[in-house]
Design a protein around this ligand. Structure first.
Ligand SMILES: Cc1cc2nc3c(=O)[nH]c(=O)nc-3n(C[C@H](O)[C@H](O)[C@H](O)COP(=O)(O)OP(=O)(O)OC[C@H]3O[C@@H](n4cnc5c(N)ncnc54)[C@H](O)[C@@H]3O)c2cc1C
Length: 390
């Protein structure tokens, strides 16, 4: 088999890249290790920057999003029970769109399956070959048969534990990493959200986030020790803890119900540099991870896919400048998002045995609540306005 771009991983980055390339007339094949049902069932992100919405619109997969998504002009930021609203629209001229990653993946899969054979699920033992020369290829096994896919380029969109980044010699890659000493316990419930907009709450018992996927589906999180197990968190304990951490008036309105999904996720910052190795290009979580506090992971993955699609399109028109600068341009945006996600996590979470840090958090919250400049900085970063970054 032969294609122009072999894409490893059928998450948001891989699927969006595939669709954008298809629209440019560039042949590509997506190799995904899991089944379609598994990929579509993963509950993850849900807040989209305007740039991501624009990309999905350009990719021709925005019809359902336009019908079903919620549009938020701001967020509520609560500090020890006191709430302040950050009005994104007033401060930046734009807001964010709330639409689940599961729905985005379904929409992209729907569009891509029209191109039969270009989306291979349950591709086992994917291996990358010769990406440092002019004739790269990828091998994989499907139903016990080994296939070889020759290509011009390989796009590694296979998340943080994928094979693409792991195939790069250690000496060619530099890793920047910082761990967070706690996790997020997340619950999805078929209940109406407690508020029209997201509530980020700092509390002495730990951070809490009230998010949503639709007007009838809520996504809630509480900060928890990474050593906790799900068994330690029956629904009743989760709801009780969430209620204690959010402002009283919100807690009084909270409608609880059985959880339909519950998981504990670690939080960390991770960047691999560069994002290009000759004919292998990394995109999305394969190259970088951020704590979910700033809602940047999915948005970065889509931005990389958009930049890479445009660079491939330019290459096939005879201009390699996009490919040559891909890594440098993406990393500018990535580091802006890494910085914001780290700062926002440090502001809103509880860190043990750090009374000095707790006072700094309080002072910072006061600054955001009373200074338009400070609130604007938060708002610009949240909606994804990163001047100077691609
Ligand atoms: C539990 C959790 C919660 C999250 N919550 C949020 C949030 O609230 N907000 C936010 O912005 N972000 C969140 N994120 C991050 C966000 O979901 C990711 O940034 C986003 O999924 C990145 O997309 P991607 O396509 O780069 O990677 P992925 O979505 O990880 O997709 C990679 C794909 O590659 C496939 N793959 C892996 N290895 C191989 C292989 N060897 N061969 C073939 N295929 C392979 C995987 O099966 C997967 O389908 C969360 C992530 C997790 C794990």
């Amino acid at each position: 088999m032969r294609t122009q771009v072999a894409i490893i991983g059928g998450g948001p980055a891989g699927l969006l890249l595939s669709q954008l390339l298809h629209l440019e007339g560039i042949d590509n094949v997506v190799l995904e290790r899991r089944s379609r049902a598994y990929v579509e069932g993963r509950i993850r992100a849900g807040v989209l920057e305007p740039g991501t919405v624009e990309l999905l619109t350009r990719a021709g997969v925005a019809e359902r999003m336009r019908r079903e998504a919620l549009y938020h002009d701001g967020i509520h930021l609560a500090f020890d029970g006191r709430s302040t609203r950050i009005d994104f629209k007033a401060l930046t001229g734009t807001g964010v769109t709330v639409y689940g990653q599961t729905s985005i993946t379904e929409d992209l899969n729907e569009a891509r399956t029209a191109a039969i054979g270009k989306l291979v699920f349950e591709a086992e033992d994917v291996a990358l070959h010769d990406f440092n020369g002019p004739h790269p290829s990828v091998t994989y096994r499907r139903d016990g048969v080994t296939h070889e896919l020759a290509c011009d380029f390989i796009a590694g969109c296979d998340g943080s534990h994928g094979v693409s980044r792991a195939s790069v010699p250690e000496r060619a890659i530099r890793i920047f990493e910082r761990e967070v000493p706690f996790g997020w316990l997340g619950v999805l419930s078929e209940t109406p959200p407690v508020a029209d907009e997201l509530i980020y709450a700092h509390h002495e018992r730990g951070f809490a986030l009230c998010s949503m996927r639709s007007k009838t589906r809520s996504r809630y999180y509480v900060q928890c020790p990474l050593t906790d197990s799900l068994e330690a968190w029956p629904d009743a304990r989760f709801w009780d803890e969430l209620k204690r951490r959010i402002p009283k008036e919100d807690g009084a309105r909270l409608i609880t119900g059985p959880s339909v999904e519950k998981s504990i996720a670690p939080l960390r910052s991770f960047v691999a540099e560069p994002m290009q190795f000759e004919r292998l290009f990394l995109a999305g979580d394969a190259a970088h991870i951020v704590p979910p506090t700033g809602a940047k992971g999915l948005n970065l993955a889509c931005a990389d896919a958009g930049a890479l699609a445009a660079a491939f399109a330019a290459h096939y028109r005879g201009d390699d400048s996009g490919l040559d600068t891909y890594s440098e341009r993406c990393l500018k945006r990535v580091w802006r998002a890494v910085r914001f996600s780290w700062w926002y996590t440090a502001l809103t979470h509880r860190f043990d045995d750090d009374p000095f840090g707790a006072r700094l958090q309080q002072a910072e919250f006061e600054m955001i609540a009373t200074s338009r400049a400070a609130a604007t900085t938060l708002a610009e970063n949240y909606v994804g306005i990163f001047p100077g970054a691609a």
